[in-house]
Design a binder for this molecule. Structure first.
Ligand code: APR
Length: 239
């Protein structure tokens, strides 16, 4: 029998129980760093060393944390469903939990690329991207042709090259699951609107969510608990 398709849109909340700060909760990343300085192209051009240090610190932390039960539960959905994870997160915890189809809308913390733009549309060519694991990138670290390396992260104001791919996944989904995102940053926050009218939408978040849509079931829990409830709900529907 053909497996039902589940699209899983995740944000920082799914990694919170792994010990990684979210952005907009109390004492979140944006309470402690000025987003203009560390997550915009202007900030990079103004002070690249500050930006490199911000991501070096987050990369070092990533080496010390591990996937939590929510990441593992999302990966386990693949046993019975055709799952695609669309994440706003730059950590590699979905990969390390065993998910096999992941779209990183905002880039990946362990990856870097030469800083200058290769083409208008995406601002870079994918073949220039490479993985440095959990190491640091510093001023003077360049590509083979001497161009300064930058984090392979989508900064505010930059293109989100994978958004079309993500829209296709949401449009094709039989179930849409949203875990741990404040739905404040577009275009990711607008993805749910592409789900078919018949597609149920489940949102796992301990706080209230800013969207109103008759298809939404809000599971008001942290991700690890919410995933158990979600799996219980969809398993009952399959009986
Ligand atoms: N389990 C589930 N959800 C949680 C948990 C938890 N343990 N803890 C917090 N949350 C929820 C919060 O209630 C909030 O709705 O996770 C969400 C985190 O929201 P943000 O901090 O805004 O993170 P996110 O939505 O991923 O931000 C989107 O903004 O700064 C940019 O590029 C960055 O990808 C990021 C984007």
């Amino acid at each position: 029998m053909k497996k039902q398709k589940i699209a899983v849109l995740t944000g920082a909340g799914v990694s919170a129980e792994s010990g990684i700060s979210t952005f907009r909760d109390a004492n979140g990343l944006w309470d402690n760093y000025n987003v203009e300085d560390v997550a915009t192209l202007e900030g990079w051009n103004r002070n690249p060393a500050l930006v490199l240090d911000f991501y070096n610190q987050r990369r070092r932390q990533l080496a010390t944390v591990k996937p939590n039960a929510a990441h593992l539960a999302i990966a386990s959905l693949e046993d019975n469903y055709d799952v695609t994870v669309i994440t706003q997160n730059i950590d590699n915890l979905h990969e390390r939990a065993g998910s096999t189809r992941i779209i990183h809308l905002h880039g990946e913390l362990t990856k870097v690329r030469p800083e200058n733009r290769y083409n208008e549309r995406n601002g870079f060519s994918e073949d220039m991207v490479f993985d440095i694991g959990y190491g640091d990138i510093n001023l003077g670290d360049t590509s083979v042709d001497g161009i300064q390396l930058r984090p392979h992260i989508v900064w505010f104001g930059e293109a989100v090259p994978k958004i079309e791919q993500a829209i296709d996944v949401v449009e094709a989904a039989d179930i849409l699951l949203i875990v741990g995102t404040s739905l404040q940053v577009y275009p990711a926050a607008g993805l749910y609107a592409y789900a078919k009218a018949s597609t149920p939408i489940y949102i796992i978040d301990p706080k209230d969510v800013p969207v109103r849509d008759g298809r939404i079931t809000h599971i008001k829990s942290v991700a690890t608990v919410g995933m158990e409830k979600f799996i219980e709900i969809i398993s009952k529907k399959d009986e």
